[in-house]
Ligand binder design. Structure first.
Ligand SMILES: [Zn+2]
Length: 390
């Protein structure tokens, strides 16, 4: 049996924070009880300064891009960022694997217990199978050419077997600007017969809105530079989210990642649809690539749950959910710590269907426990650090 106490325990199960909180777990970390602590004579208890919270859920990462840490210039915008990723992809397998292992360990050290990871190949499968972190892999399909739509779905579905020992797995779309109507149609058909969690990069850059509204903007040049013909693409006079939502599969949870250029009208439009939409914010990557942040206040008006992700080391300086929370807090101090903590823990667990074990400190669960230091006036500070307790 293990006992952990801190100034407060935030259980994230709808109850108020417990002052002088005591969490008792079995040796494997399963929660036996949560209560207030007042026995000063119990020498088996170590009191921590700070707060105890559940292990973090990182809803969006690309383990495969870990070797690109520090290799891509900051603040050059998304089309340039993607061009650099494509240009820098041909490095040795050994280098990629070493960087992925380090990234996996970094996330564990930073109190992340589960990750939604985007994969374009199966190179990360062994690391995920051996990791202490729980993974869901999204096998990502990229292709604006309508003629390759069948092939993309077949290949992605076949790749699932390579992740058989690496956690759960589904196939997914990359982004509005890298799909065709054929691909969307095939994907919708696939989702009718498969349980298939969906994640899509959404409005990370305003040029994707320009492409869908008027067929203008940087992505038109992007495809011209790559020598890819997009004559078949027809502008839809709408932002990408408004254009695509009526075409999305209806029976699956859908994670909308980034939302940096999502308008209030886009947010309100989603109220008309009862798909399982979740927002996912990756503010560190938004500052790195576009030097801007989502309008967090728009999303607090939305009834949809929000989650947090780190994105990859290609577009972030570290992989830490606490660091993402600091960026949100410094941008929008009015968003409460409790709200952000829910984004960082339980909402992600619910999206992936892991809430039976993860996401909140409740009897019978095994969520992992993090200590957060330098917690002042009900909120984290720039000096806050995360210490993984279990
Ligand atoms: Zn991403």
């Amino acid at each position: 049996m293990k006992k952990f106490t801190a100034d407060y325990v935030f259980t994230v199960d709808g109850k108020t924070p417990i002052p002088n909180g005591l969490v008792v777990t079995d040796d494997e970390g399963r929660i036996l009880s949560v209560s207030s602590y007042n026995d000063d004579n119990d020498k088996s208890i170590i009191h921590h300064k700070g707060i105890i919270v559940p292990g973090f859920i990182n809803s969006h990462c690309h383990l495969e891009l870990s070797h690109l840490k520090g290799k891509i210039e900051e603040k050059e915008g998304l089309p340039n960022f993607i061009k650099k990723v494509l240009a820098l992809r041909n490095v040795s397998e050994k280098e990629i694997i070493t960087a992925m292992k380090e990234a996996d360990k970094l996330m564990e050290k930073n109190g992340i217990v589960a990750v939604g990871d985007i994969s374009n190949t199966s190179i990360s499968a062994d690391i995920k199978a051996q990791s202490n972190i729980k993974y869901h892999t999204f096998i990502e399909m990229v292709g604006i050419d309508p003629d390759i739509a069948d092939e993309l779905v077949e290949k992605a579905d076949a790749m699932k077997s390579e992740f058989a020992n690496a956690g759960s797995v589904s196939i997914t779309l990359h982004a509005a600007y890298t799909l065709s109507k054929n691909l969307l149609k095939n994907f919708r058909k696939y989702c009718k017969t498969h349980k298939n969690l969906i994640s899509i990069h959404n409005q990370e850059n305003d040029d994707e809105n320009a492409l869908y509204r008027y067929k203008t903007g940087a992505f038109v040049d992007f495809y011209k530079d790559l020598g890819i013909n997009i004559d078949h693409f027809v502008a839809m006079s709408k932002n990408t989210l408004q254009a695509l939502v009526p075409l999305f599969p209806q029976n699956q949870n859908i994670l909308l990642v980034h939302n940096t250029f999502t308008s209030l009208k886009d947010v309100y439009m989603l109220k008309r649809f009862d798909h399982g939409f979740y927002w996912c914010f990756c503010p560190g990557a938004n500052l790195y690539i576009e030097n801007t942040l989502p309008h967090f206040d728009f999303f607090t008006k939305s009834e949809l749950p929000a989650t947090l992700g780190t994105d990859s080391l290609a577009s972030n300086k570290t992989l830490s959910i606490l660091e993402e929370m600091k960026i949100v807090k410094n941008s929008r101090p009015e968003i409460s710590f409790e709200t952000m903590l829910q984004w960082a823990t339980l909402n992600g667990a619910k999206f992936f269907g892991w809430e039976g074990e993860l996401g909140s400190i409740e009897k019978g669960k095994k969520p992992g426990l993090n200590l957060i230091t330098n917690f002042k006036d009900g909120h984290i500070t720039d000096k806050s650090e995360v210490v993984k307790l279990i």
